[in-house]
Write a protein that binds this ligand. Structure first.
Ligand code: GLY
Length: 405
């Protein structure tokens, strides 16, 4: 009998060990980086206290351009409005500095009305990076209701004939434009199904992910930035770029959104096709001959002036955050490769090459991102989402080292 119970226990133990995420996996953590993470959070909090003082009360930080010493802000409808409260919440979580939480509560009141906004596909960025983190840290029915309304607003942009959520309008009203960035907005929909039990959000999210997987990727696993579909038939009309160097080039942040987006979609579905997609993107960005030694990509992998092209630190931060999740799900050899790449990116971003000196950069933590080079906009600047994903990546690194899920 005793032998029987022991073998039952053993089988149960092995089942749990095999089905749990490999968070217990040992990675070669960099001791110096681990030691510097609390300091980076404290310095980041100090930067955000600087930014708080600069910010007009109804505005959101957008970027800081060192060439013109200009701090640019936006209203709540800009796609980046969720990153400021999201970064404040992450920094509050790590430092317990109350002033950051008070500022979060103030700015979320300004953002709240965007839950009704059906004119943008970016509600995932805007509402989940902000209210999603608030709900994770301080769950309440009010926040849940804001998130569910936001998910409902986002869902109005889904077209079943195309199988996607619409990104942008076009002069031709029969066009249906979708950008790779849109993968990031699906996290809000997965959350909405989990808390409401309404599977329609989940179905929209997975349909969008499947359609994007089919039409956005090239044979080498890089992605186009923009796909234009016929809104009535779903046929692909054109594949092109908006923010990249050329239609056929690999815009760095687009690759980063895809990597992070498919990793998150795998987390939410456990469907291995999304894991494979994320791995293919990761291998594309990490094995690329034009990836610089410090791991921070040029703004486009095919920029014509490499090695003199601008870097995009934001793409580096998003890739690091994505890889630090992907390495938990993938096989041992790949996991090590992804972990080490993220480790390198974080060590690079944490040096004076990319981290702004205290009190500079409009309060942004990270320098040297590129928003939209073809439009000559936001070139070599501090930008909200570089900070958000850098802080998130540091948090993920710290939690991975602690074996925390
Ligand atoms: N369109 C979002 C981005 O610039 O990455």
């Amino acid at each position: 009998m005793r032998a029987f119970s022991f073998s039952v226990f053993l089988v149960f133990f092995l089942m749990v060990a095999c089905t749990s995420e490999s968070t217990a996996q040992q990675f070669p953590y960099n001791k110096q980086l681990l030691k510097s993470i609390p300091v980076a959070f404290a310095k980041g909090a100090a930067q955000y206290r600087v930014m708080m003082r600069e910010l007009p009360s109804d505005k959101f930080p957008k970027n800081y351009n060192p060439a013109f010493k200009k701090f640019e802000t936006s209203n709540s409808g800009w796609w980046c409005s969720g990153f400021y409260p999201g970064s404040l919440l992450y920094l509050y979580e790590q430092t317990k500095d109350k002033s950051l939480l008070i500022e979060t509560q103030r700015i979320l009141k300004v953002l709240e009305k965007e839950q009704y906004n059906t004119s943008t596909h970016d509600l995932g960025f805007m509402m989940y990076c902000s209210f999603g983190n608030l709900q994770r840290m301080f769950p309440s029915d009010d926040t849940k209701s804001i998130l569910l309304k936001s998910a409902a607003s986002l869902s109005t942009r889904f077209n079943p004939a195309v199988g996607c959520i619409k990104s942008w309008n076009s002069k031709d009203s029969s066009d249906f434009i979708v950008i790779i960035d849109n993968m990031m907005n699906l996290e809000l929909l997965f959350y909405a199904t989990k808390v409401s039990g309404d599977s329609s959000f989940y179905k929209i999210a997975t349909t969008h992910a499947n359609t994007t997987m089919k039409h956005h990727f090239r044979d080498d696993n890089s992605s186009y930035h923009v796909v234009n579909y016929d809104k009535n038939t779903g046929a692909v009309r054109e594949r092109k770029t908006a923010q990249g160097y050329a239609d056929g080039s690999a815009w760095a942040r687009g690759q980063a959104w895809g990597l992070y987006g498919y990793t998150m979609t795998y987390r939410e579905t456990k469907d291995p096709v999304y894991l494979q997609m994320a791995e293919k993107i990761a291998d594309y960005v990490l094995d690329h001959k034009n990836l610089p030694e410090d791991g921070i990509p040029y703004w486009d992998y095919n920029a014509p002036d490499i090695p003199h092209a601008f870097r995009d630190a934001s793409a580096g931060a998003i890739i690091a955050a994505g890889l630090l999740e992907l390495c938990k799900y993938t096989g041992k050899e790949q996991a090590n490769k992804y972990f080490l790449a993220a480790d390198k990116i974080l060590r690079s971003l944490s040096t004076a090459n990319y981290t702004a000196a205290p009190g500079t950069n409009g309060g942004f933590i990270i320098e040297h991102s590129v928003g939209h080079l073809p439009a000559k906009s936001e070139i070599n600047v501090g930008i909200t989402y570089a900070d958000y994903y850098y802080i998130e990546a540091l948090k993920r690194y710290k939690e991975l080292a602690k074996g925390k899920k």
